[in-house]
Design a protein around this ligand. Structure first.
Ligand code: MG
Length: 151
């Protein structure tokens, strides 16, 4: 699954490092960061297909705020929220804001892998649709598409 890239965002360093290692062991291109600010910085620099995002993070911008920014700038990037028992409501709000799904901590790796593959599949389909629409546009209005590409 080297073709896909994941970012894990969680302020609990031990949890973060363990999860990143386990995903890398499965040959998934994975990067880990401990804050929303770092996450948004990485998103501006690197293609990320799916973000695994902790809802509860101290200081700066929290998980929900990070989700909002991700969806504003990169709507095709899918987000899976990680939530504790105390923050399920927040995750449900997150789903309304475009999160793909949420998982309760402590997470089961197999469960996460299933959600990840579903999220990848959704993103892939969306991208295919956009590509097809662009091809149609190219056939109908070649000049216009050319103009857009040049900008
Ligand atoms: Mg946390």
């Amino acid at each position: 699954m080297d073709y896909f890239s994941i970012m894990v965002v969680d302020d609990e360093v031990d949890f973060l490092e363990t999860l990143v290692k386990r995903l890398q062991k499965r040959n998934i291109d994975t990067v880990g960061v401990t804050s929303g600010e770092e996450a948004l910085k990485i998103l501006g620099e690197k293609r990320i297909d799916v973000v695994i995002l902790d809802v509860k993070m101290p200081g700066g911008i929290d998980g929900i705020e990070t989700l909002r920014e991700i969806k504003r700038h990169q709507p095709l990037t899918e987000v899976i929220l990680l939530t504790g028992h105390g923050s399920v409501e927040t995750s449900i709000d997150g789903m309304k804001m475009g999160a793909f799904d949420y998982l309760l901590k402590p997470i089961k790796l197999e469960e996460l892998m299933i959600k990840l593959s579903e999220a990848f599949e959704k993103k892939d389909l969306q991208e295919q649709k956009i590509r097809k629409a662009r091809i149609k546009e190219l056939v109908r209005f070649p000049g216009r598409v050319f103009q857009q590409e040049k900008e």
